[in-house]
Ligand binder design. Structure first.
Ligand code: GRF
Length: 222
């Protein structure tokens, strides 16, 4: 990734499909000066979703790139990433984006996602939303969590950047567990994106190395 001056916020494109809670959280972090990025464009796979309204209310360029308007995954992916190039996005942040896209070579290592489990458990095709948490409860694991990872051309497969564990409690429902995992996501995703923005994240095959924060005590995620 090209080095930027630390004073310039990194331009980012956000991809979403629905409620936009993740976008909301990123905007709150930017607003309170805890995340040095600029959201240059929000792209939704669906029209009329709350995520688009959040972008509109924040005065952010937003548009719909709907899979139904394209004949293949390849054509759809080209349209999505062309839209990201138009705003010179250095990083593409998937934020509740449920469509599969193929990553073009110029965006290799520049697309991130957050998944609501500890990958490689409870992930892959079909594991999204409450299905993930229901599967966790059905299996009976005691620990779940969330994973920020680079996106490659397989579902939930690219190199892992950060993970946060969340205990599964007696009597948990999928809704209660989802809420606690999402609280963890609200800390973890901005922390990972901030590390990328500071050029502290390096991909070494499947291992992601993160430089410590210069002149800082142990890193805080809140
Ligand atoms: C979360 O479960 C996250 O792990 C996944 O999408 C959900 C958030 O979607 N990637 P949204 O931001 O509420 O639309």
């Amino acid at each position: 990734m090209t080095k930027r001056q630390p004073s310039q916020p990194m331009p980012v494109a956000v991809l979403l499909s629905g409620t936009g809670r993740t976008l909301d959280n990123l905007l709150a972090r930017i607003e309170s000066d805890r995340l040095p990025i600029r959201i240059a464009r929000v792209i939704s796979s669906h029209a009329g979703v709350r995520g688009l309204q959040i972008a509109a209310d924040a005065g952010i360029d937003h548009r719909v790139v709907a899979p139904g308007d394209y004949r293949s995954v390849e054509q759809y992916s080209r349209a999505v990433f062309e839209s990201c190039r138009e705003v010179a996005a250095r990083l593409v942040v998937m934020a509740g984006f449920i469509r599969f896209v193929r990553i073009p070579s110029d965006f290799d290592g520049r697309v991130v996602n957050i998944h609501p489990s500890l990958i490689p458990a409870f992930c892959g095709k079909g594991y999204y939303g409450s299905r993930v948490h229901r599967a966790v409860l059905e299996y009976g694991v005691k620990l779940t969590g969330c994973t920020v990872h680079f996106v490659d051309n397989q579902y939930d497969h690219g190199p892992i950047i950060m993970q946060q564990a969340v205990p599964v409690l007696d009597g948990d429902t999928a809704e209660r567990l989802a809420a606690r995992v999402f609280e963890a996501e609200c800390q973890l995703y901005p922390a990972a994106i901030a590390a990328i923005a500071a050029n502290r994240v390096h991909i070494e095959d499947r291992w992601v190395r993160i430089d410590p924060v210069p002149n800082a005590a142990p890193e805080e995620t809140s």
